[in-house]
Design a protein around this ligand. Structure first.
Ligand code: FES
Length: 177
């Protein structure tokens, strides 16, 4: 091969692979379709997971009784709370047994029996000065300690007092016994 022939072969223009009209159309339509589908689907996904993305606020306290009305004898109070669970909002009614301990501290017990969830009541004929559950006979002390049938003590509400009123917050495991 002489010098000229060699130059011809080395400087051959590179043949570019061109896009066919069919390819161009399918890329363009595919891209536009994906964009439109994304525009329709993304808001639906966002709507579906929205409650998960919401920042959870600690449930608030509810004003239930005047501080001066709380004595050493447990008193039953009933109140409503506002609950938001995903898109579902409700105002369930709750109850608590409020009393003062010997050191004057106010505390509130949940009336839900720790056996199978019936409502306990304070100091009936069957159980003087104790909480008693009518379903299967569980008994608890004034502090909520389980004496019979139930496997755990009664739960306790978080309590705060402000301007002469008692407020109840979330339910927690019993810290008194
Ligand atoms: S539910 Fe209270 S004793 Fe069974």
């Amino acid at each position: 091969m002489d010098h000229n022939e060699q130059q011809e072969t080395t400087h051959k223009p590179v043949k570019r692979k061109e896009m066919t009209r069919r390819q161009f159309l399918s890329y363009t339509l595919g891209g536009a379709g994906a964009f439109m589908a994304g525009g329709a689907i993304l808001p639906m996904i966002r709507f579906a997971v929205d409650p998960i993305l919401q920042k959870k606020e600690k449930s608030g306290f509810v004003k239930v009784i005047e501080e001066s009305k709380v004595t050493n004898e447990p008193t039953e109070v009933k109140f409503k709370i506002h609950q938001v669970d995903g898109w579902y909002e409700s105002d369930p009614k709750l109850a608590a047994w409020i009393a003062k301990s010997d050191d004057g501290k106010i505390y509130a017990l949940s009336p839900v029996c720790k056996h199978l969830g019936c409502m306990v009541s304070w100091s009936g004929e069957e159980a003087p000065n104790e909480y008693h559950c009518p379903c299967h006979g569980a008994r608890y002390t004034k502090d909520g300690k389980n004496l019979k049938v139930a496997p755990k003590p009664l739960d306790e509400y978080e309590v705060k007092t402000e301007n002469g009123w008692v407020y109840l917050g979330p339910i927690e495991p019993n810290s008194r016994v």
